[in-house]
Design a protein around this ligand. Structure first.
Ligand code: C2E
Ligand code: CA
Ligand code: CA
Length: 557
């Protein structure tokens, strides 16, 4: 909250905007940086911010490509001393949602300009609109629907591109009288012309941003460069030469894996990253790069706080094949689609959740969602493995919480397997053994995850009452006859067999790995070869594929 005397009238303006639009920020420009001075409560909710953000700069809060995007808009308001109005998808929770972002420079007495009020007005496009009036293309809602359908068709890999129009760097701003919708409809025409003829969906998301999905091309980048070239041929509007430059964000989604919202979000975030470069630019969404960017930012912890409430988590399921019976069970793996950060990989957010104390709440939420899903199975009951973090495992309430949730959804605990990592197992041995026994007496199965990654692994196997161990994918991925990994795996299997403990190998990606594990009598196989983690809507399809793959393997063995 701002208390400086000269600012009081500004605060009353802020309140007025807050009354009208809800989502309002007051920013102050200091040394070329924009600092949050006030954040309305609706804004906190929408953008997952809290009081701690007051006093922070855009750069402190967001990954670089987002702070640069927002910083440019504030800079524009500062340079031109005029309001900036943009339509934007940033921070919107649902894929269909878009907002109008308005930044108003507050010019004070003597012409001083340091404060900016910005507000966000949601644009809810009418559900029934089928056509976009500017371009004549199908509406964005139609696109979202079509994309959803395409993502469910297993055989046809697609590429999704999010494109934003930019001003050519050698041109000044368009003259005032200039009708931008002409440029946008020309852009749409040119894109359509440059795309393959079959199986293409193109739509305008908002403003000068379009999105398309089409079958995967041979060399995506080379192909997109050609598309950009075609778009960049100069043309004339009202005697004014126009050259269009574009930033394209690309993603090639795994079919049947991600929701349409997730895929659009990936392409959109890649576009924002592309936009940081001058001229025509292309960026492919890269999960590893995203992980690095996320790890560096403290904002991830603050985002996490609201992730459950904002419905940003989804439980995915990955099939696991039993090599004796050919039956399938699943591992529940959490996915986070942050409205602000984009899709955040578990390796980045689970650690942050452990450090910031949200992990117990998150684990409990996963347990509840899994039970809820299990309870909806009509034909056959399914078995599911759930990951528990150390903090959750250490909680005295764990068993009670598990039993209560099972009871609420009428789930037999023996259908649930709890996966614990080795570092969970560092507490007092006796306490640990008693806890594991008690969980097993209640019916739950217990597995040690990431087995082999620590030196004490074999010791644990001897000591602890568990049903199963999961060999870490690091071993499986380097598995070749005669290698160190091969010997480690065979000795794990031999010892486990003697102790009556089952063994799952995770990270199985190739037929060769699977055959080798099969010949070494590994009990269960899990990995991309059989299926990636997917949302529950496509579990059935993925299970079917996994079974087909398994039958193929058996004939080769
Ligand atoms: P994890 O328990 O070891 O899970 C297996 C990881 O391997 C998953 O990564 C899975 O997607 C990935 N994977 C499966 N098959 C293959 C394959 O063939 N090749 C490769 N390269 N990877 C494969 P994911 O989903 O990114 O999860 C990472 C870690 O995050 C998990 O490792 C687990 O420790 C943690 N995690 C995920 N969901 C939850 C959760 O609900 N609660 C807790 N506490 N931790 C979770
Ligand atoms: Ca696991
Ligand atoms: Ca693992």
């Amino acid at each position: 909250m701002v208390t400086n005397k000269s600012v009081v009238p500004i605060m009353s303006m802020v309140r007025t905007f807050e009354h009208m639009y809800g989502v309002v920020f007051l920013m102050e420009r200091e040394n070329g940086q924009f600092i949050y001075r006030y954040i309305s409560s609706e804004a906190k909710e929408l953008a997952s911010l809290d009081e701690n953000f007051v006093g922070k700069t855009l750069k402190d809060v967001y990954p670089d490509y987002i702070s640069a995007h927002l910083g440019n808009l504030y800079d524009q308001a500062w340079r031109t001393r005029n309001p900036v109005v943009v339509q934007d998808k940033l921070n919107m929770k649902l894929v269909e949602e878009i907002a109008k972002l308005v930044i108003i420079p507050v010019i004070q007495e003597k012409g001083e300009l340091r404060y900016f009020i910005s507000y966000t007005e949601r644009i809810i496009s009418p559900q029934e609109s089928i056509v976009d009036i500017v371009t004549g293309l199908p509406s964005y809602q139609v696109f979202v629907h079509k994309l959803k359908e395409k993502l469910q068709r297993i055989q046809n890999p697609v590429v999704v591109c999010y494109i934003k129009l930019g001003q050519a760097s050698n041109q000044g701003p368009y003259p005032k009288e200039f009708d931008q919708s002409i440029v946008i409809s020309e852009l749409a025409k040119r894109i359509l012309h440059a795309l393959p003829e079959q199986d293409v969906e193109l739509a305008r998301v908002i403003g000068d941003e379009l999105i398309w999905v089409c079958p995967v091309q041979q060399d995506t980048i080379a192909w997109l460069k050609e598309v950009q070239q075609t778009i960049s041929t100069p043309f004339y509007v009202n005697d004014c030469e126009v050259t269009m430059e574009t930033s394209i964000g690309v993603t090639t989604p795994e079919i049947g894996v991600h929701s349409e919202g997730h895929v659009i979000n990936e392409a959109y975030h890649a576009m924002l990253q592309a936009k940081q470069e001058k001229g025509n630019s292309i960026k492919v969404f890269d999960l590893n790069r995203q992980t690095e960017m996320m790890k560096a930012k403290p904002s991830i912890e603050r985002e996490l706080k609201n992730a459950i409430k904002n419905n940003e988590f989804v439980v995915y399921f990955q099939p696991i094949i039993n090599t004796c019976t050919g039956t399938i069970h699943y591992e529940a793996l959490l996915r986070w689609f942050s409205s602000k950060l984009g899709p955040v990989p578990p390796d980045a957010f689970i650690i942050a959740a452990e450090e910031s104390g949200f992990i117990q709440e998150i684990d409990a939420w996963v347990i509840e969602k899994v039970c809820e899903h299990m309870s909806k199975q009509k034909e056959e009951a399914i078995r599911v493995s759930i990951n528990l973090s150390t903090k959750t495992f250490e909680s005295k309430e764990l068993e009670k919480m598990l039993l209560t949730t099972c009871m609420n959804f009428h789930i037999d605990p023996s259908l649930i397997e709890l996966e614990l990592t080795e570092h969970t197992l560092l507490e007092d041995e006796q306490v640990l053994i008693e806890k594991l026994r008690s969980l097993r007496r209640s019916g739950f199965k217990v597995a040690i995850d990431d087995f082999g990654m620590r030196h004490a692994s074999f010791n644990y196997l001897r000591l602890l009452p568990v049903d199963k161990i999961k060999i870490d994918k690091a071993f499986v991925q380097n598995l070749q006859c005669g290698t160190k990994e091969f010997h480690i795996i065979t000795s794990i299997l031999t010892l486990a067999k003697k102790l009556g403990v089952k063994v799952t190998a995770e990270g199985v990606e190739t037929k060769e790995q699977a055959l080798m594990l099969l010949r070494a009598s590994c009990d269960e196989l899990q990995g991309y070869l059989f299926g990636k983690p997917v949302p529950n809507e496509v579990m059935g399809k993925v299970a079917k594929q996994a079974k087909e793959q398994w039958n193929l393997l058996k004939t080769e063995n």
